[in-house]
Design a protein around this ligand. Sequence first.
Ligand code: T1G
Length: 695
Amino acid sequence: MSDLVRLEAHGDVGLIVIDHPPVNALSAAVRAGLVACIDKLGADPALRCGVLACDGRTFVAGADIREFNNPVPPAGSTQAVTTNAVCAAIDASQKPIVAALFGTTLGGGLEVALSCHGRVIEAQGKVGLPEVKIGLLPGAGGTQRLPRLVGPLAALDMITTGRHVPASEALSLGIVGEIATDLRPAAMSAARALADAGTWPRLRDEPTPAVDRAAFDAAVTAVGKRARGAIAPVRAAEAVSWSLDAPFDDALARESEAFQALRAGPQSRALRHIFAADRAAAKAPTDEPPLPIATAGVIGGGTMGSGIAISLADSGLSVTLVEVGDDAVRAAEARVRAVYDRQLASGRLTEAGHAARLARVTFSTEMAALAQADLVIEAIIENIDAKQDVFRRLSAITRADAILASNTSYLDIDLLADVVVHPERVLGLHFFSPAHVMKLLEIVRPARLAPAVLATALALAKRIGKQPVVSGICDGFIGNRIFSTWRKQCDFALEDGALPHEIDRALESWGMAMGPYAVADLAGLDIGWAQRKRLAPTRNLAARYVPIADWIAEQGRFGQKTGAGYYLHRDGKREIDPAITALVERASAERGITRQPVPAERIQSRVLAAMANEGARILEEGVAARPSDIDVVLVHGYGFPAWRGGPMQAADEAGLDTVLATVKEMHAQSGPGWEPSKLLETLVAEKRSFASLNG
Ligand code: T1G
């Protein structure tokens, strides 16, 4: 036994308890301790049965992800005690063992529980096989045991989505036999009942329930379509199909091979990188405790303001939304109610939940209503004068310790702090539209920000289910600055010979959720147009500038909202518009370019190089704390494929020398503004990676 896993005798029940904070991950020591305790249970004549339980906040949340970057341990070492070996020890047990599930029983934790002879769960507990989310598949029999328990179709859904299944659904699927209020006693009773019955079937001996093969194959095909380049869900679906007809042990061996191949591959490396990067970005760079936030105010009830109010209310906060005039208040109320009505209609909210959330959001035309708010988020038009006026008034009305935030997507937060008493409480909380849906939250850190306020913003992000990234101040912060940079390379490709749909297709086939021109039509071309006009006075006139986007906007074509932008939009479909083709060709002609086809690979490599080079500049300027923060922004806010790990990870995978060569090529062709960053040149010279800067 080890101090991580102990065996306690409770009458005739052997209670095996794992105590490995924070989530009882199945590290090598835990796996070895489990096998030792299972053996000890079997050898003790006073014990008729066993219960597998955990101390702390959750039953086993999976294998220890940190071990996956280590080389496969040599046979015979304690590390070689795999999760499969733990399951095999339970399979070989001559005494029934019941698992006592609570918290989030995930991955290897659920697989070990599935090899047990019964499972009891707490009402708030959840189970899942989320391996695909880190580019893996269940590697300890999950793809073979779960189908035998719940049927191939339900298993395929759980394993290829990685979703968490609540206790009630786990009961109806048969994953657990009981939902208990007093967990361990209930599990002990269940174990005794199996011992009394004298029989305790093993899932591995059960036949897989029959399934309509055509329906199953159609579901497998759908997994491939949804995967959008990710290979783990496709491999996982293949593994589940083996449960239909392959002998258990043969399928188990194939599952292990498939698991190891994924674990060693670039996609799992990238997804494990994002798993760690998300957590690194969310860690407060200070020991200051967060301040309490119970009541919040939002100024501005447009799309962003109402989305922010919903995001706050969803997390239990009381929110007062302030707008100017009764009409604007009514419009804001309608926006908030419409979202909650849709969630009620779709079953995502119960009647009670719907009523509770609506009750949390109140509306006012008076800023004085925010006098006692702990936090106020301004979400009005992107105009610095208007924002400064709001912050002056907030400074006079709110408590001196109230946190004052702006949702601005690029304006200088220091200019807002300048007009506030106690400027150290002012920061940026840049939500992404729709604010109640998008996970990313850029926390913009002005020079005078108090550490406790930063810690409070990071704690708020976790509470409202957002993925925070701390950004310094620059035009566009991290995400929009990088987006506007690589978008220019796409515009150059338009002039050189490509068409909008070809560029969108090249990047979507590379894994981007949506190409830049489809995104522009969705977001509205007027926004970028206004930004370019704002920046026009400071634009470097020697730099290559493509007028295509301006020409389109000047025609009043703002994208989906006007029915036409880069594409024609009819009945919810995007159509190629010959008028845009002609406009693009005119741009090439006016620049004296003879159009040539632009290969998809060139678009992909230049977009990545542009992202990585601008990311390196952002790091040099201290706007981002580490390369992985940039990856988190692009993955959670801009549709960058998570299975490529973000631009900095993808650049490492491509080789920084290759990326630097592409940057130099772009500089030669595109002129000023495309110089290689010093950091990129230094890393290449020193044969280092961006990952080496992640700390
Ligand atoms: N291994 C190691 N550390 C883990 C971990 C894991 N599986 N899961 C979480 N942690 C750490 C995390 O890094 C953080 O550490 C702390 O726990 C709290 O996590 C064989 C091969 C469980 C839902 O994919 O989904 O089993 O930063 O901040 O928001 O087939 O963590 O404090 O030092 O996320 O409450 C499958 C991944 C693995 C689950 C809790 N399991 N984890 O969320 O806290 S592969 C997973 C989560 C596998 C088998 C295969 C979440 C959580 P630190 P947290 P949380």
